[in-house]
Design a protein around this ligand. Structure first.
Ligand code: ZN
Length: 380
């Protein structure tokens, strides 16, 4: 199995307990825990499955009527006296809805089966309506519109692979076609559909998505050209992937030196070696990520990196991954909001935190924890 969202979200979680209980039942069960169990929880982190379920329950409670998750207005459903904070500054509804869909698929539900099937179905239906000229970018496209489209395509591909709907597969195919057509002359991708300067993050995402669908989507030669471009942006000595000059996020990098580099290395490793054996300098990339394990410190919090890093390192050395995985759990299990209407979510802190908002941080945290679960299954 390749390290992938679709498999991470399907194979991982197809056997989890999450399928067997409805969110309301799960919440009731948590409320009914005995005092002895509660006191134990004060010293030990709660089980991963419980944390994941709480995260999904929070997302269920903040889904809009039309099926989306609103990055900035998700608190409309909160009680007037207990509004959840964490409106996104930049993230779009397309982006956060796509990530949330991935989180629910990761719990083993599909558009047709499972405790969250209705939630997923509504969200996928809304996402499909956001296509314009082939690109899924909604009514508020941003300068990172192609990144949004790639993440939306990833969600549709994962949903289509677990569905019998030919219409859904057709929609996913249209999104993949649009992704292929939006590539630049050098075979790589920019942040927006008219951005002719290719960059690492959108290229890595696009390659990742296309390889996810390769079992049923005829991936053109663009993948090999894009991969060549991607690998050319990996430093031969350090194994670090780096964005093209002038295309980084100076303000973000200034806020958190180094995080951008580890994020890009995780995405570069994931997309550049998807289903392949590592060749130099990728061994250095693995070491670099191992030296930058997840850690709940203001200068280290990066939900996106933790998710992509987990997928990138899967199967790349058992011991190294074991310590990475422990770090992910250590960072996330005890930092989930434990009370009030925000119970089950994660504060939007760290790299991209304020930009992404509470919906994004919660969806990414759940995805990272689900990706950990996959390794457990693989080792059985
Ligand atoms: Zn709320």
């Amino acid at each position: 199995m390749n390290p992938s969202l679709a498999l991470a979200v399907v194979a991982i979680c197809g056997t989890t307990l999450l399928q067997e209980q409805k969110p309301a039942q799960a919440s009731k069960e948590l409320q009914e825990q005995k005092p002895a169990q509660a006191s134990k929880e004060e010293t030990l982190p709660p089980p991963r499955t419980v944390v994941v379920r709480r995260g999904l329950d929070w997302l269920v409670g903040h889904q809009s009527e039309d099926g989306r998750w609103s990055a900035s207005h998700f608190s409309k459903s909160c009680p007037a006296t207990d509004k959840c904070s964490g409106r996104a500054r930049r993230a779009t509804d397309v982006g956060v809805t796509s990530l949330a869909i991935g989180a629910f698929l990761g719990a083993g539900s599909t558009t047709e089966h499972g405790a969250y099937s209705k939630v997923i179905k509504r969200a996928v239906a809304w996402l499909c309506k956001q296509a314009s000229d082939g690109l899924i970018q909604g009514d508020r496209p941003c300068r990172f519109a192609l990144v949004d489209h790639a993440v939306a395509t990833l969600a549709l591909v994962a949903a289509a692979e677990t569905s019998r709907s030919t219409d859904l597969k057709s929609k996913a195919r249209d999104a993949l076609d649009a992704l292929v057509e939006s590539r630049n002359a050098d075979g790589a991708w920019g942040y927006g559909p008219s951005d002719r300067k290719s960059d690492l993050a959108p290229t890595g995402l696009a390659l990742w998505v296309l390889q996810e669908a390769k079992s049923w989507y005829p991936v053109p030669k663009v993948v090999s050209r894009g991969r060549k471009w991607l690998l050319a942006h990996c430093d031969a000595k350090s194994g670090r992937f780096a964005a093209a000059p002038k295309h980084g996020r100076p303000e973000a990098e200034g806020k958190m030196p180094g995080s951008s580099s580890v994020q890009q290395t995780a995405i570069g490793l994931l997309a550049g070696y998807y289903g392949r054996k590592l060749t130099p300098p990728a061994n250095h990339s693995v070491e670099w990520l191992g030296q930058n394990k997840p850690e709940w410190r203001p200068s280290k919090i990066d939900f996106l990196y933790w998710w992509c890093g987990t997928l990138a390192l899967t199967g790349r050395g058992r011991e190294g991954f074991r310590s990475w995985w422990k770090a992910v759990e250590s960072a996330l299990l005890t930092r989930q909001e434990g009370s009030g209407h925000a119970r089950g979510s994660w504060d939007p802190v760290g790299f991209w935190g304020e930009e992404g908002g509470r919906v994004q941080s919660t969806a990414l945290a759940v995805l990272a924890l689900e990706a950990c679960k996959r390794v457990v299954i693989m080792r059985r």
